[in-house]
Design a protein around this ligand. Structure first.
Ligand code: ADP
Ligand code: UDP
Length: 241
């Protein structure tokens, strides 16, 4: 497939952080990473200067690392500072979360302090539904409501743990703890691919020594220097900002 001269088409969907455009090739979409930053299921939204370009570059770097490790992703290439070309996936309405340390919703749900190392990485499914606050679901909900098949569920879990295995080491070498992250998967010609993004908007990254937060918790908790922290994490991983 020749994707070198793809033409941007109509706006297909405008999400909380990205806009998705059709292209003149049915199998490809363009993701535009905006500066919009949201928290609490879209209840708080602010514009953060340079966040779109930072996340576009961050995502490209991570997707390429995952491809190199043999994980199929939707990522094709960066088109410019703010946009990337991706394969058009039929997305599962599901978020896959992997946790290595406790933080965020699991602390509230189980009354557990932040920062505990989990003896085994933990996997959770959430339904992608902002109006309902992305409720936690399990395999049975997915099967009973027909959101994915048994083999899709197994593959999403396998790939999520595979992503964790690859990325924990990459972040560790950069002096960072990969605390947790969210992935979204979809089907491309019948095969499961990682979609959406891997950026500090959708994961938690802490400095290994000081536990300084370098992710969206800086926005959620009004700690300031949000984009600067994303860029600091990126630079440590070898990106140039
Ligand atoms: P949200 O929908 O959560 O507000 P975004 O603002 O990031 O999130 O919007 C991007 C949307 O594009 C998401 O709904 C995501 O599921 C969807 N998406 C991401 N990658 C692809 C892809 N390759 N093909 C189709 N849809 C995708
Ligand atoms: N996450 C995300 N989008 C969501 C929900 C969670 O990207 O809609 C990410 C979040 O940034 C964190 C991980 O998934 O890295 C686990 O999030 P958690 O369940 O703790 O929810 P939170 O308290 O962050 O909303």
């Amino acid at each position: 497939m020749q994707v070198s001269a793809v033409q941007k088409g109509a706006l297909l969907y405008s999400g909380k952080a990205k806009s998705v455009f059709e292209t003149d090739q049915a199998d490809y979409l363009i993701l535009n990473f905006r500066n919009d930053t949201s928290a609490f299921d879209g209840k708080r939204i602010e514009q953060l200067e340079n966040k779109g370009t930072t996340n576009n570059k961050f995502n490209a770097f991570m997707m390429e690392k995952l491809e190199q490790a043999g994980i199929k992703t939707h990522f094709v290439k960066m088109l410019d500072e703010q946009e990337s070309l991706v394969k058009r996936l039929s997305m599962f309405p599901i978020e896959c979360v992997v946790r290595n340390y406790t933080a965020g919703s699991i602390c509230k749900r189980l009354g557990i302090e932040e920062g505990m190392h989990l003896s085994k990485p933990l996997f959770e499914f959430f339904l992608k539904n902002d109006a309902l606050g992305d409720p936690m679901i399990n395999d049975h909900h997915i099967l009973s409501f027909g959101w994915a098949s048994v083999s899709d569920i197994e593959e999403m879990k396998r790939l999520s743990f595979a992503v964790n295995g690859v990325l924990v080491d990459i972040f560790d070498q950069a002096g960072l703890l990969l605390v947790d992250f969210k992935l979204e998967f979809g089907l491309f010609k019948g095969e499961i691919h990682l979609g959406d993004e891997f950026t500090p908007d959708g994961c938690r990254l802490w400095d290994k020594e000081t536990r300084k937060k370098l992710d969206k918790d800086r926005f959620r908790q009004s700690l300031g220097n949000v984009v600067e922290a994303y860029q600091e994490a990126g630079k440590r991983l070898g990106m140039n900002f």
